[in-house]
Design a protein around this ligand. Structure first.
Ligand code: NAD
Length: 475
């Protein structure tokens, strides 16, 4: 065990009211730190601090807020290697993925530092004449942020940066599997000069109790959640009692379509990113591949060769793919693959298994998968690439849109016009066209259907933390 971390409330590092909990490296199964285990009392104390800090922060000049965000970004880049090491240690992802995450996470501070100083509002005369309408935007207030373990840095900064840019103060509950990175980012924010109480971090094992303390607290005016659709539904129900402003970034089941005229090599390259980045544990991960019959054999062989060459193991050994986050996650994917095989799917290609003791799952390519199979219908969250062969475009669209999810999708096609035409008909908030990556701080990230409500990143990401007010002025 390396060290112990506290709860951050009002600029002070405090013990948790529920003792401590272990953070385990999922690649080695060793305890790497102990973290203060917060409970509902700590959650309320964090709101006390955020509420007290709110008036001064909201009144701070946008330029001054922007400077602090930019400074945080600089500090994240200064400490990029250390942060990447921490992400790999608590989440298990490869160092390459962890480094990419640090860059992506830091970029939210730059993007929202730039957005913080772009004033928005409106001024006009009413259609009937005689009055003027002035529209202004206020920070919504204390924002409760709840984040998952799969991107311990980026899921936190994608919320903290726009909240602070808008003038909100925050209370953050990182996932219990990966609290260390969020705490490290909070420490850098303090070093940058962000005032005490503006960012409060409440790690803890009892997520329902901590988050319920926030949804019940009238001082909390915003809930921004990233995680599973199931928990998102529960939190929407809780938020309904006080009509809390909510943003929900939930699960996905991204299709990856390869058309007959696609550049197959480019599609394979994109598939490796869309599927195997983060070991398949991304909400935007390609979950199901639909490959046109005329290129299915070539695509499968080329993707298979790449998958067989993947090195699976601990990040510290320079692997391409780390472990899954938990024994439960591994059991779930083993079940999905076993069920697929029992109903006729074939494990066509497989990487070499890891030799380390962690929660490793060996990446596989499955063929002869039916569109109705569980491995296609459920969010797999693991390095499994099920391939369904298609030939009729309308049938394909029916299958693509049959999911309750609508987060990301990918289309590889030679004819860009046809690709755009297809993309417009896919029910997804984001479509990568001849690209295997859609995440970009300057673009509106989010889903339709049961993948969520609201957007993160882009200008829209800041608006999630503001409320409009208008003045009707007799003229
Ligand atoms: P999760 O829903 O189990 O947990 C997410 C967060 O909610 C964690 O902080 C957890 O402690 C907390 N939580 C869990 N149960 C809770 C409850 N009953 N009440 C209050 N809080 C609770 O999700 P996860 O397993 O950590 O993350 C994986 C999921 O997140 C996947 O479904 C993935 O698609 C989704 N995700 C979505 C996005 C997106 O932007 N749309 C990004 C990353 C991950």
């Amino acid at each position: 065990m390396d060290y112990t971390e506290g709860v951050l409330i009002g600029g002070k590092w405090l013990p948790g009211s529920q003792g401590v909990f272990d953070v385990v490296d999922p690649a080695t199964l060793t305890v790497i730190a102990q973290v203060a285990n917060a409970g509902p009392d700590d959650a309320v104390a964090a709101v006390d601090a955020a509420h007290a800090a709110f008036p001064a922060w909201a009144a701070t000049a946008p330029r001054a807020r922007a400077d602090l965000l930019m400074k945080t970004r600089d500090l994240m880049l200064r400490d990029a290697e250390e942060l990447a090491g921490l992400i790999s240690a608590e989440n298990g992802k490869s160092l390459a993925d962890a480094r990419a995450e640090v860059g992506y996470a830091a970029e939210f501070f730059r993007w929202f530092a730039e957005e913080a100083v772009r004033p928005h509002g409106d001024y006009g005369s009413s259609p009937a004449g005689g009055t003027r309408t002035i529209v202004t935007h206020h920070p919504v207030g204390v924002a409760a942020l709840v984040t998952p373990w799969n991107f311990p840095a980026a899921m936190a900064t994608r919320k903290i940066a726009p909240a602070l840019a808008a003038g909100c103060t925050v209370v953050l509950k990182p996932a219990a599997e990966t609290p260390l990175t969020a705490l490290a980012v909070a420490r850098l924010m303090a070093e940058a000069g962000v005032p005490d109480g503006v960012v409060n971090v409440v790690p803890g094992e009892d997520a329902p109790a901590i988050v319920a303390a926030w949804t019940q607290d009238p001082r909390v005016r915003k809930l921004s959640f990233t995680g599973s659709t199931n928990v998102g539904r529960q939190l929407l129900r809780q938020a309904a009692d006080r009509v809390v402003n909510t943003s929900m970034e939930l699960g996905g089941n991204a299709p990856f379509v390869v058309t007959a005229d696609a550049d197959v090599d480019a599609a394979v390259e994109g598939a490796m990113i869309a599927k195997f980045r983060n070991g398949g544990q991304a909400c935007t991960a390609a979950n199901r591949f639909y490959v046109h019959a005329s290129v299915a054999e070539e695509f499968t062989a080329k993707l298979g060769a790449r998958v067989e060459a993947l090195v699976v193991g601990p990040a510290s050994e320079g692997s391409d793919i780390g472990p899954l986050i938990s024994a439960r996650a591994r059991k779930n994917v083993e079940r999905l693959v076993e069920n697929a095989v029992a109903t006729g799917a074939v494990v066509a290609h497989q990487a070499q298994p890891a030799t380390a003791p962690g929660y490793f799952f060996t990446p596989v390519v499955l063929t002869r998968v039916t569109a109705q199979s569980e491995v296609v219908q459920e969010e797999v969250f693991a390095p499994v690439a099920p391939i369904v062969v298609w030939s009729d475009l309308e049938d394909l669209l029916t299958e693509l849109n049959s999911s309750e999810y609508g987060l990301a999708a990918y289309v590889y096609a030679g004819d860009l016009g046809a690709a755009l035409h297809l993309a417009e008909r896919i029910e997804a908030g984001m479509v990568g066209i001849n690209r295997g990556l859609v995440s970009d701080p300057s673009a509106p990230f989010g889903g339709v259907k049961q993948s969520g409500l609201g957007r993160e990143g882009a200008r829209a990401g800041l608006e999630e933390y503001t409320e409009m007010q208008y003045f009707s002025v007799a003229w």
